[in-house]
Design a protein around this ligand. Structure first.
Ligand SMILES: NC(=O)c1ccc[n+]([C@@H]2O[C@H](COP(=O)([O-])OP(=O)(O)OC[C@H]3O[C@@H](n4cnc5c(N)ncnc54)[C@H](O)[C@@H]3O)[C@@H](O)[C@H]2O)c1
Length: 463
């Protein structure tokens, strides 16, 4: 069997960009991305390619090239499943909000629904690829469902976790550090692995395509995210100690990063990590460890999330304390709402939690983010259910530009490391603010010396 038709279930931050790149690199393969969310599919099909639902540098160009040629976005899930020889499952796997494992385990209901739908619809043999991040041994459950509900057709399950980072998704997909494919050791399993290897081999060098057993592949993804998040929490823990001791966390990070065993990446102290993955995947790891009775392992990793929460609240507490112990009725400008630069994704963004803390103290928040709109901001705050929707509308506004956000503000909080923030006319911003004018740089992005020379009271994380 040679794969000519691919279907991807889930047109989100992973499914959309990943399939766009596969379609671009494999023009001989028809790639159909399906989703239940009609609005999302309509946005992917928007005539103006700049209006597709996900912002990532260079994504719209790739979609423009491949869409309508061999890349299609559709809500006809069953038709796409039926046509495809290979089906990627790229649906969301959020933290459970109910029942056993609430607040920790991954909610696998969307995965199971996909498996049951594939089983029902499939009329010929298929390779099912787990693209979503899943607890180790999920492939077993998928296989059980497929084998017990299918029409007698053969399914092979592969694990092919996605390592892209939002903001650099296209670059990561085009030149990945590695592609990981896990499959069964049987000859059918090995054959399925080779079919997927053949797809990636269209643009990824062979020595970067790693094949393993399914369980190693599933667990590697959780492990990678746990290690990355742990590094952020480690430098953030040191940032608090730096503030107490007169050390400067940037200098410490540079000094340790030059050690080739440590390396310089992911050592920027900040208000904390956000995004849909790190926290959810670590909590899932903690839950898995606990379910095997490995309590020390669980507690070790849980601390990474505890430290991250502490860092966010510490940041907002510091703003309140510095503004003379009250922000009631004070305008605080937020520069950035996305969880990191170069994305419009706001899931678990530190900005949400800092805003929530400040709103509890009756602050007024004016947000400017180059890619995030008011509807999303209000959605994020309402989701916390800390106060009524009308209170959130009253207390949070969206500014059209940074100058409007900062005009008459008491303080600025930098919550996302967008490059353009460095290029603003900071003198003009200073002149328009109430004095003393404070900058709380949650991303260690701006130049202390420049801002202090203008007259700002400037506070970075960890110095
Ligand atoms: N976002 C990231 O940076 C990233 C990176 C690596 C891995 N992952 C993992 O990839 C998976 C997807 O993440 P995402 O950020 O793309 O999520 P997302 O929420 O952006 O997208 C998931 C999509 O799946 C759709 N969906 C859910 N059930 C469906 C069904 N039965 N049929 C059709 N469509 C359905 C939803 O409507 C949604 O549009 C998660 O497991 C995540 O952990 C995410």
């Amino acid at each position: 069997m040679k794969v000519k038709n691919i279907c991807c279930i889930g047109a989100g931050y992973v499914g959309g960009p990943t399939m766009a790149v596969i379609a671009q690199k494999c023009p001989q393969i028809k790639v159909t991305v399906v989703d239940l969310n009609e609005n999302r599919i309509a946005a992917w099909n928007h005539l103006d390619v700049n209006k597709i639902p996900i912002y990532e540098p260079n994504l719209s160009e790739i979609v423009a090239e491949a869409r309508g040629r061999n890349l299609f976005f559709s809500t006809e899930v069953e038709k796409a499943i039926e046509e495809a020889e290979m089906i990627f499952i790229s649906v969301n796997t959020p933290t459970k909000t109910y029942g056993v494992g609430k607040g920790m385990a991954a909610d696998l209901k969307y995965i199971e629904l996909c498996a049951r739908q594939i089983a029902r619809v499939a009329k010929n043999d298929k390779i099912v690829v787990e693209k979503s991040t899943l607890p180790v041994r999920t492939a077993r459950a998928i296989k059980d469902i497929l084998d017990n509900n299918g029409n007698g057709v053969q399914f092979q399950i592969l694990s092919n976790p996605e390592f892209l980072a939002e903001g650099t998704a296209i670059q990561d997909l085009i030149s990945p550090d590695r592609v990981l494919i896990g499959g069964d050791s049987t000859s059918e399993g090995q054959n399925a692995i080779q079919q997927l290897v053949a797809i990636y081999a269209n643009w990824v060098p062979n020595d970067k395509i790693l094949t393993t057993n399914v369980w190693s592949s599933e667990l590697s993804k959780l492990t990678a995210n746990a290690f990355l998040a742990q590094r952020v929490s480690s430098i953030n823990a040191m940032s608090e100690l730096c503030e107490k001791t007169g050390a400067d966390v940037k200098e410490v990070a540079k000094a340790i990063g030059l050690d080739s065993r440590i390396g310089p990446k992911f050592l920027n102290a900040s208000v904390g990590f956000g995004g849909s993955c790190f926290q959810k995947d670590i909590l899932n790891l903690v839950y898995i460890a606990k379910s095997y009775g490995l309590n020390q392992v669980a507690e070790y990793w849980e601390q990474v999330v505890i430290m991250n929460d502490h860092q966010k609240h510490r940041f907002s507490k510091n703003i309140i304390k510095t503004l003379y112990d009250t922000v009631s009725g004070k305008k605080i400008a937020f520069l950035g709402w996305a969880f990191k630069k170069d994305t419009n994704d706001t899931r678990e963004s530190a900005a949400i939690y800092v805003a929530d803390d400040l709103l509890c103290e009756q602050a007024i928040i004016s947000v400017f983010d180059p890619k995030v709109g008011l509807e999303q901001i209000q959605f994020d705050l309402n989701y916390l259910e800390t106060r009524t929707e009308s209170k959130n509308i009253e207390a949070v506004e969206l500014a059209n530009n940074p100058y409007e956000a900062c005009n008459n503000a008491h303080a600025i909080a930098v919550l996302t490391e967008w490059d353009e923030f460095k290029t603003y006319d900071w003198q003009k911003i200073y002149d328009s603010m109430l004095k003393p004018a404070f900058v709380f740089d949650g991303r260690n992005l701006l130049e202390r010396e420049v801002l202090e020379k203008i007259g700002f009271v400037y506070q970075a994380i960890g110095s």
